[in-house]
Design a protein around this ligand. Structure first.
Ligand SMILES: *Cc1c(COP(=O)(O)O)cnc(C)c1O
Length: 369
């Protein structure tokens, strides 16, 4: 039997008919972007789903994070404590906003920022902490909140992976001063491309709204040197459709994860992320850490590839080792040894709603072989 290729992810989509019905009105209104009816409707739907009072939508998650950082008005050259174990977007958003990324190491169990190492990195220039809920694993939000309070720092979460995740029933959208979500095609919930910022202080709303629309408060009131980061109506329509099916999609992902855990959970040389207590997960990714002896990451990656299965070295390389940060005094992967070890040995396995138990078994058979 011909074995089908399995990619690391497969975008969730509504039926063709459902999407067409959703966008039909756009042919009547001819209002395609600039905060139209779908945009408003989607904003309302997201506030309800994320159980959060304030949200601003963006054309992608990266510009959402830049928007949040820019709206906080930090002094140029201010330092932002962040993690190197993330996608380049997190760090680029900090640097592109005129701020300096300072890299904090991660803890070895869920790979989020090691909260015991934050305070030693704080200087008089520190203005914010930008932690990442990596793979949908929530950061130690309570410890981060306490540190931020003690030192008068803002906290902006990169929650790109944590859509729909809750801790003790509280939505991930309600931690810190702001949280950024990505609705990119590869994420648990997508609007093709898209993103959002949720935030605590209502006063931030008009600033975010203006800044994503060229900084124009009105056509004649240019308040900020803004950008163009608006979500269009077709994206919002995709979001409205996908949101209807999200809980079911997450449940299906959960079944695949359960099978992976059954097959790989007790294998010597393989470490999985344990479930977090009091956290409702979204099964965004399935990271597997290899010990480098019984199993080496690159060998597993290549064996899967040879069988038409695409896993991802996510995240590798570390951001503090990228060429573009070479000039930064704060760069250097040796300063974050836990992240360095994890990045060298981790692989995320294919995971999407339509991944069947048979497919999971095929993947696990190859790894265990
Ligand atoms: C996807 C992602 C982003 C960027 O989001 P886009 O919507 O693709 O711009 C930022 N941070 C992390 C951790 C991501 O995974």
């Amino acid at each position: 039997m011909e074995q089908t290729r399995i990619n690391v992810t497969r975008s969730s989509m509504p039926s063709y008919e459902e999407y067409c019905a959703e966008i039909k009105e756009l042919w009547e209104s001819r209002w395609l972007t600039n905060m139209g009816a779908k945009h408003k409707q989607f904003e309302t739907a997201l506030k309800a789903y994320l159980d959060t009072p304030h949200i601003t939508l963006y054309t992608n998650g990266h510009l959402a994070l830049e928007g949040a950082l820019s709206a906080m008005n930090f002094p140029a050259g201010g330092e932002v404590i962040t993690t190197p174990f993330t996608f380049a977007s997190t760090t680029h958003a900090i640097a592109r906003t005129g701020l300096v990324p300072v890299f904090c190491d991660i803890e070895p169990v869920h790979y989020t920022m090691d909260v015991t190492k934050i305070e030693s990195l704080i200087t008089e220039k520190t203005c914010a902490i930008v932690p990442v809920h990596v793979y949908g694993n929530l950061c130690d939000v309570e410890a981060i909140e306490a540190i931020a309070r003690r030192h008068g720092l803002k906290v902006i979460y990169d929650a790109a992976h944590a859509f729909g995740v809750t801790y003790q029933g509280v939505s991930s959208a309600n931690f810190g001063d702001a949280s950024m979500y990505s609705f990119h095609a590869t994420k648990v919930f997508n609007t093709i491309e898209g993103g959002a910022v949720t935030y605590r202080d209502e006063a931030l709303g008009p600033v975010l709204d203006d800044k994503k629309n060229f900084g124009l408060h009105t056509p004649e009131d240019g308040r900020y040197i803004g950008t163009n980061a608006k979500m269009n109506e077709f994206q919002a329509a995709m979001g409205l459709c996908n949101l209807r099916h999200l809980d079911e999609e997450i449940e299906k992902r959960g079944r695949a994860v359960q099978r992976y855990r059954e097959r790989l959970g007790a294998v010597k040389g393989i470490t999985l992320c344990p479930e977090q207590p009091h956290v409702k997960p979204n099964y965004a990714y399935f990271p597997v850490l290899f010990d480098g002896q019984t199993y080496t990451r690159d060998a597993v990656f290549e064996a899967l590839q040879a069988h038409g299965i695409v896993a991802r070295k996510y995240f590798y390389p570390l951001i503090n080792g990228l060429d573009c940060y070479k000039e930064y005094e704060t760069a250097g992967t040796e300063k974050t040894p836990v992240a360095q070890r994890v990045a060298a040995n981790i692989l995320t396995l294919p995971l999407f709603a339509d991944l069947t138990v048979d497919m999971v078994d095929r993947i696990c058979d190859i790894i265990l072989d």
